[in-house]
Ligand binder design. Structure first.
Ligand code: 2AL
Length: 243
């Protein structure tokens, strides 16, 4: 089984980290291919960043299709381009936010999300509404850490994240925490130990969900709105995307 894990931002150290986390949980016969777009923002922390990165995600899906990937993971917490990506393939495509929400809902009645900048909390809130998890989520909390601060080994991102998770644990009446950034993937084990409660990070969750769907012979439905896009000419810089 070949799973293509796409980091939608263009920071190579984060792509490597995400790949390492995916490999750590992958089954013995699963091959993880990790990539990032050629162009786009180095981190995704606004609606604008999301919109630009979605194009890069779709380019990576097209490359994956040429290589015959069995499943895709979109490893940014806004799940940029998720539904458009599903239109391009019969393989399952899993976003890390939706994967985190699903798993958290299976092991707790209420969870909180702990994310990066306060301004990006709205992105997770919109996804909770869109996916139907609003009732399961008590609160979307922000640490106000910029995404790339998670890549700074000399910084104190871990401490800031731990303190916000502790507040969530004490104040929110929850059973689990979902980490709200792909760049937090390597901190899960330590946080789980320090908090003594389940901490879910979406990269691992999405890889295991993708493996499950492929094992069950389930892929993106081509019946209805996720059918391949209607062929038509595209112009300008997207000319080679059309027919
Ligand atoms: C993210 C993420 O997961 N990767 C990125 O660049 N931005 N999302 C977030 N809420 O910080």
């Amino acid at each position: 089984m070949q799973i293509h894990v796409i980091n939608p931002n263009t920071t190579a150290s984060m792509t490597d980290k995400i790949g390492a986390c995916a490999n750590r949980v992958a089954a013995e016969h699963t091959q993880i291919h990790v990539s990032q777009p050629d162009s786009g923002p180095v981190s995704i922390e606004s609606h604008f960043d999301e919109a630009v990165s979605a194009v890069g995600v779709l380019e990576e899906i097209r490359r994956g299709e040429a290589l015959g990937m069995d499943a895709y993971v979109i490893a940014c917490f806004g799940d940029p381009g998720l539904l458009a990506a599903r239109e391009l393939t019969r393989a399952p495509v899993i976003g890390i936010a939706e994967a985190g929400f699903h798993l958290a809902a299976l092991i707790s009645t209420r969870f909180s999300v702990v994310t990066t900048l306060a301004r990006t909390a709205i992105i997770a809130e919109h996804l909770l509404d869109q996916y139907g998890f609003r009732h399961n989520c008590r609160r979307v909390r922000a640490t106000d850490l910029p995404v790339l601060e998670l890549e700074n080994p000399a910084g104190n991102a871990y401490q800031a994240l731990l303190e916000e998770c502790q507040r969530a644990r004490e104040e929110d009446g929850i059973g689990a925490i979902v980490l709200g950034c792909g760049g937090m993937a390597d901190l899960t084990e330590r946080l789980t130990h320090d908090l003594q409660m389940p901490v879910i990070e979406g990269v691992s969750a999405a890889v295991k969900l993708a493996e499950s769907l492929v094992s069950l012979g389930l892929g993106t439905s081509k019946h209805g709105d996720l059918a391949f896009p209607r062929p038509k000419p595209f112009s300008g810089r997207f000319a080679d995307w059309g027919v």
